[in-house]
Each structure stands twice: as C-alpha cells, then as structure tokens.
Design a protein around this ligand. Structure first.
Ligand code: PLP
Length: 400
C-alpha cells in the first residue's frame, strides 16, 4: 500500500493522482475523507505533548491542534501540490488572492520595496498598491520582459520580485531562468504566479524560483466550482506562512479541499487536452480574414515564441485575439457564440469568452488599456474540454 505522502514521483501525471494520500483511510475508502472539526483531540497527555513537541522542534507539517492551523483533508491535498511543483511543502488557502496576499504580508515589512512586472492579474496590484502601501511597503512596476529594467529597479531595500509564468490575456512568457538569477544575485525573494501555466507545462521551482502561487480556482480544481489558492515553497518559508494564516485565518476548508483533490486527479489529461485545443484554435484564428492579431506563444508571431519553445511543455489553455473593428463588432461575435459561454475566469471544462476591456480592465481608461496592450477589440478565450472541431465550428459561425 502506498503510505508515504513525501514519496517522489517521476511524473506529474502520477503525482496528480497519488501524491499526499495515505492508506488505509478511515472507513477504508479510496478518496480522502472530509474531516469536519474545529478542535482535534489527544488520546492522553503524552500524545498531546508529543504532537506539540513535534510541531515546534521537528518541522512536523501535519498539525493537530485547531483547524485554523491545519486540517488532515487540506494538508493531504497540499502535499500533492508540493509533489506536483517539486517543492518541500505547500499551503492551501481560501482563494488565489488569499495566497498572494499571504505571501506579501508574510515576507514584506514597512520600508521594503516590492518589484512587480506589468501585465499581472489586476488584484495582485491592488494588494500591493492599495493595501501594502498603506503599511509603508513601496511598490514598483517594470515592463514585462525587460530584465534590465527589472534589475535597475532592485534597490538595497528590495525584498521581493513578483511575476507570472504566463500572463493573461496576452500570454506573455516569463524567462524563469533570468528572473530567478536576478533574485539570487541580489538576495531577493522571487515569487511566481503559475496559475495559467500549471506544473504540467512548467515548474518554476526547478529554475530556482523561491515561491510559486496559484489560483487553484482555475486549472487545479478544473471545474469552475470552488475558490482556492495554493503556495508551494521550501519548508523554511512554509513555516512563517502557516503562522500568518494561523493568526489571520484563511486556510482552505475541507469541503473545497476534497473537490480540489478530485479535480487534481484529472489535471494532467485536462491540461494536455487544453494545450492542444488552444494551439489549434489559435492557429485557425490566425488565418481568419477578420482576425488582425492572435496572442498565443505557440505562434511564431508571439514575442516570446522562442522562449516558450525552450521552456514550456505546453502553452496552456488561454489565448486572445484582436478582431477587425471595435468593441461593438467583438460583442456581436460573442453574442452569436452557441457553444462558448460569455464569462470571465479560466481553467474549467467549458470554453469561456470575454472582452478584457470590459471585464478585468473595465475601470481603466482607454489610454491605460492601450499601454498595457488591451485593445477594445481584444477577445480572450479560455478553452474548455470541448473538441477543437466543435470550437472551430462555433467560432466560424459566429465570425460569419
Ligand atoms: C493569474 C491569476 N492569479 C490569481 C488570481 C486570483 O485567484 P482567485 O480568484 O482564486 O482569488 C486570478 C484570478 O482570476 C488569476 O487569474
């Protein structure tokens, strides 16, 4: 019986199914039991003393005390994510934003500088600029892909570099080697949001990145039905993160952890299918007479095509394209879609389409959007698990 959650797995396909799970389970079931409890109990005082001593002295990741500090269902799924990312440990949180804010709040203090790249998820900037700046953390944003500007922004008080492995909606590709090297050279923590990439396509820790964060609401869970976040890192970084979550609350609940565990079992097959569907649909759109530009790293026209070829096993399930005309022309196309659903978010079973200019970027001016490469006629597509033939047929009829 496989009983060792820390066992190394050769392939993420196997880790996604088996890592972090122990047998026999309560009731001898195959899936993880959902343990609903606030406090935990001890068989006697020696047991209590043993658990507490282990926790403090022996780097025990399994916490038995109070559910705010840990829960067996949640911890087993965290172990699986650690195995997938190739990290020593992982933390699961109530949302991706909880994971990102926990990382920033744990490792940044008043007087520190945080350097972020452009083109990131908008609420990552909000946490930095609207929350952390209130507490004296300075935020600097440098253009994505400009590694000289990134290095120039690193001052002696810089404590963290933050970026995304693949960005949304233009699917820019981070040079993880350069990013990690800058962090190591200047002794600054490097944090990468790898939500769009997933460990099936790239594992940032293998490049020397310190902390990987995910919105597990997306590909990890895979069904658009939960909110969850994940942080993968070394044990020495895991410990203070768990302390923050113990003080402030925010660990994932066991019901969502169960759904996440179930979603993870199919992560590898879903991501492979979505990589391929996305690539073929992007190629088909690039040849369409009404499409003026397609943003997908598998296409030679993409600014990081070569980097993607070198570093990624696949480019993920999201891309975007620019349509001739303006927003109204794009809206007319979206209104005609019969299979793809109009909606934000990504990583689920259904193909979702939206206009970033009226969803994520709705509160920015046209000039700010243009500076970030978000034209009004840009359409974002997150492919689901449909067949590529059916999706092409849907886009073909909607584009007329
Ligand atoms: C790249 C990225 N990071 C983080 C988040 C935030 O995750 P959550 O919605 O789980 O809080 C999102 C949400 O869309 C995202 O796209």
């Amino acid at each position: 019986m496989p009983t060792n959650p820390t066992r190394q797995f050769q392939s993420p396909h196997t880790a996604a199914v088996h890592a972090g799970t122990t047998f026999p389970k309560t009731g001898h079931g195959i899936s993880e039991p959902i343990v609903h409890t606030a406090p935990f109990t001890y068989t006697d005082t020696a047991d209590l003393r043993n658990v507490m001593t282990h926790r403090v002295q022996k780097k025990q990741i399994d916490r038995r005390g109070y559910a705010r500090q840990g829960n067996p269902t949640v911890l087993s799924v965290a172990d699986r994510i650690a195995a997938l990312e190739g990290s020593e440990a992982a933390v699961l949180t109530q949302s991706g934003m909880k994971a990102i804010s926990a990382v920033m709040l744990t490792f940044l203090s008043a007087g520190d500088r945080l350097v972020l790249t452009s083109n990131l998820y908008r609420h990552t900037y909000n946490v930095a600029q609207k929350l952390l700046e209130k507490f004296g953390v300075e935020t600097v944003i440098v253009p994505f892909g400009d590694y000289d500007a990134l290095e120039a922004a690193i001052t002696p008080n810089t404590k963290m570099l933050f970026s995304e492995a693949l960005t949304n909606p233009n699917v820019r590709v981070l040079d993880l080697e350069k990013f990690a090297a800058l962090g190591q050279k200047h002794q600054v923590l490097t944090v990468v949001d790898a939500t769009l990439a997933t460990p099936l396509n790239v594992r940032p820790i293998a490049y020397g990145i310190d902390i990987v964060v995910h919105s597990a609401s997306k590909y990890f869970s895979g069904h658009n039905d939960i909110l969850a976040g994940a942080i993968a890192c070394r044990y020495e970084l895991w410990q203070p993160l768990m302390d923050l979550l113990n003080w402030t609350g925010g660990l994932l609940d066991p019901n969502s952890a169960f759904l996440l565990a179930r979603g993870l079992k199919t992560l590898a097959v879903r991501v492979q299918h979505q990589n391929e569907t996305c690539r073929q649909l992007a190629q088909w759109l690039e040849d369409h007479p009404r499409v003026t530009k397609v943003w997908h790293p598998d296409l030679e026209s993409h600014p990081e095509h070569d980097l993607a070829q070198r570093t990624l096993s696949g480019c993920g399930g999201l891309f975007s394209f620019e349509l001739e005309g303006d927003l109204a022309d794009g809206e007319a196309v979206l209104d005609k879609m019969q299979l793809a659903i109009i909606g934000p978010s990504l990583g689920g079973a259904e193909c979702l389409v939206s206009h970033p200019s009226v969803t994520t970027w709705w509160d920015k001016t046209a000039a700010e959007r243009a500076a970030a490469g978000i034209k009004d006629n840009l359409i974002r597509v997150s492919v689901g698990l449909e067949s590529v033939e059916d999706l092409i047929a849907d886009f073909a009829q909607a584009l007329g």
